[in-house]
Ligand binder design. Structure first.
Ligand SMILES: NC(=O)c1ccc[n+]([C@@H]2O[C@H](COP(=O)([O-])OP(=O)(O)OC[C@H]3O[C@@H](n4cnc5c(N)ncnc54)[C@H](O)[C@@H]3O)[C@@H](O)[C@H]2O)c1
Length: 392
């Protein structure tokens, strides 16, 4: 097991009706004015936004609001939010939504508290020194941004999607009522399940030996999400299944399943970010579409680990042929993705990039040849192009 730091400062308020506590929770931070940040329609339609406003009013909290966050949240709205917060002297952001809203709130929080262009952080030109405090009312179990240190933003100019991580942006609190996720379309629920699984799979597929406890937590988390994704496919209003998936979403990306690892691989996420930036696809579905191609490309670099995954997670029978076991595990995961109506190719994802677009995806993903990605096997621009080609 490697050395590690485990820092998870987010207070979790979990269960039915917990969103009613929003006002009192925000009050604990002694703020003067709150920005309520949200997306496009579902929180208005469901009446959730009005309930949050009422809760803030009852607690005597002044607030303004900014909606309009779209999936793959845009930099232009982040700039608008920064200006608004500065003008209105906002000192707390309450994000009501999923990963896109929370990430947009985090970027606004950076922009208000740091000088210069906030995009510099996402381009890795500078590091942030602060962020406004952020609270979350979660409406979709997926990204895990409600407890994570990261945010992912898309710059419209060039359609570049980039992530930035720092502990400053970890939310102060996350309110999680599984009932709020029952209005999600099936595709978003399943896409969320894939993202949750992938956050742990990215950490699990690594080069570290001897991680009995972290491996056990990870394997059980992935199996739990697989089991409950299938329940939700048949019974989307199953509260217990919604609750298991929601809690898994937070634990999968708050650092727990990475304790003692070498940091994990993350190549699938980097490959998907370019798909999200260029084609605006749902993040989890995009991950499912490229994961198998990535896994087949790198499996030779770490067959024992893939074989452990196959046996402990996918229920593949152990055999003396480690490579064969490893490959059976990859196939079994693709079969699972299809069983929950997730794509395993870009075609199934609904996009058909040309050869030139594939080359552009690899260019962008490699930061125009300046970076490699992955740890199971380090990948350069040509490797990325080949994986994209295979996934097409
Ligand atoms: N910051 C992180 O740690 C992190 C980790 C992984 C992914 N991400 C990023 O997060 C974004 C994806 O976030 P997400 O998967 O949470 O989804 P999302 O926030 O993009 O929401 C997906 C869709 O579901 C809708 N929606 C949300 N809640 C709903 C509800 N209760 N009922 C009906 N519709 C609802 C949204 O309006 C949206 O159209 C991507 O940009 C991804 O790259 C961030």
């Amino acid at each position: 097991m490697n050395q590690f730091q485990y820092y998870t400062p987010t207070k979790v308020i979990f269960g039915k009706g917990t969103e009613e506590e929003a006002g009192e929770l925000v009050k604990e931070y002694g703020c003067k004015k709150v920005l309520v940040h949200y997306g496009s329609g579902s929180v208005k339609k469901s009446g959730l936004l009005d309930r949050i406003f009422r809760s803030l009013e009852t607690a005597g909290i002044a607030y303004i609001s900014l909606g309009g966050v779209v999936p793959n949240p845009r930099l232009s709205l982040v700039y608008e939010g920064i200006e608004l917060c500065k003008k209105e002297e906002v000192d707390f952001i309450l994000a009501v939504g999923g990963g896109s809203v929370i990430d947009s709130a985090k970027a606004i929080g950076y922009g208000v508290t740091n000088e210069g262009d906030v995009w510099d952080f996402y381009e890795k030109k500078r590091t942030a020194q602060a962020c406004l405090p952020i609270g979350v009312i979660l409406t979709i179990a997926a990204a895990g941004s409600e407890m994570s240190d990261s945010s992912v933003i898309t710059k419209e100019e060039g359609w570049i999607k980039r992530g930035y991580s720092s502990n400053y942006c970890r939310p102060k609190f996350a309110v999680m009522n599984p009932e709020l996720t029952m209005t999600l379309p099936e595709y978003q629920t399943m896409s969320g399940c894939v993202d949750i699984m992938m956050h742990t799979m990215e950490r699990y597929l690594n080069h570290t030996e001897n991680m009995e406890l972290t491996d056990g937590i990870s394997e059980h988390l992935i199996r739990t999400v697989m089991k409950n994704a299938k329940i939700l496919l048949a019974d989307p209003e199953n509260y217990e299944a919604r609750a298991e998936v929601m809690w898994a979403g937070s634990l999968s990306h708050n650092g727990l399943t990475g304790c003692g690892t070498d940091g994990g691989d993350w190549a699938t996420h980097q490959l998907e970010h370019e798909l999200g930036g260029m084609f605006d696809v749902a993040h989890g579905a995009g991950l499912a579409a490229v994961w198998g191609s990535w896994a087949r490309y790198v499996v030779e670099a770490r067959p024992e680990r893939f074989a452990q995954f196959a046996v402990h997670v996918m229920g593949v029978e152990e055999s003396e042929d480690v490579m064969q076991t490893a490959q059976k595990g990859i196939e079994a995961m693709e079969v699972f993705f299809q069983s929950v109506k997730m794509p395993i190719t870009m075609k199934e994802l609904g996009i058909s990039p040309s050869d030139e677009q594939i080359a552009e995806l690899a260019e962008k993903c490699s930061f125009f040849g300046k970076r490699t990605i992955g740890c199971v096997k380090m990948l350069d621009r040509e490797d990325m192009r080949r994986i994209y080609m295979d996934a097409r």
